[in-house]
Design a protein around this ligand. Structure first.
Ligand code: HEM
Length: 137
């Protein structure tokens, strides 16, 4: 696949990954009873859209990274920092899907947990995009 296709997949994946993760976390933070079915509906979004989009973003990102790693990205500090931050972002997404699964199964998950996750995911996304665009070091 050509670089432009990987780039296209990268941005498409990021858009729906971050977009749905933040939207789901904000919606889940509203004080809604489990019986309303909202937990199950939000979980469906994470399973059908958020996680597959994350994988598409990864395919696009690694498709650009791997062939150019040795001669380009290995020497760039911003890319190393970005890779560390996106591990944290993928981890936070995993925590979100896990908490939603528990809530959808009827377990008690505090609304505050989802507020925190929305903030963490947004902040990490802002830092990663800033690093990727401005490449300060
Ligand atoms: C598996 C994870 C990821 C890998 C391996 C990866 C790798 C890459 C690579 C190799 C580029 C091309 C840089 C260039 O044009 O020289 C890139 C561009 C970019 N990435 Fe990622 N990335 C990942 C995740 C993310 C995430 C999670 C975000 C945002 C939240 C992001 C935002 C961007 C942006 C905005 C650019 C475009 C920079 C520009 O052209 O100015 N990436 N990424």
């Amino acid at each position: 696949m050509s670089m432009i296709v990987f780039r296209y997949l990268h941005f498409l994946g990021i858009t729906f990954w971050i977009g749905t993760a933040v939207a789901v976390a904000v919606a889940a933070s509203a004080p809604t009873p489990w019986e309303s079915g909202i937990a199950q509906a939000l979980r469906k979004v994470t399973v059908r859209v958020t996680t597959p989009s994350m994988l598409v973003a990864f395919v696009g990102g690694f498709g650009m990274l791997i062939p150019n790693f040795a001669e380009t990205y290995a020497k760039q500090g911003w890319m190393h920092t970005k890779l560390v931050l996106l591990l944290a972002l993928a981890g936070a997404t995993g925590v979100l899907t896990g908490k939603l699964r528990r809530w959808a199964e009827g377990q008690d998950v505090k609304a505050k947990t989802f507020v925190r996750l929305a903030l963490v995911i947004s902040t990490l996304a802002i830092l990663i995009v800033t690093l990727a665009v401005f490449r300060p070091f």
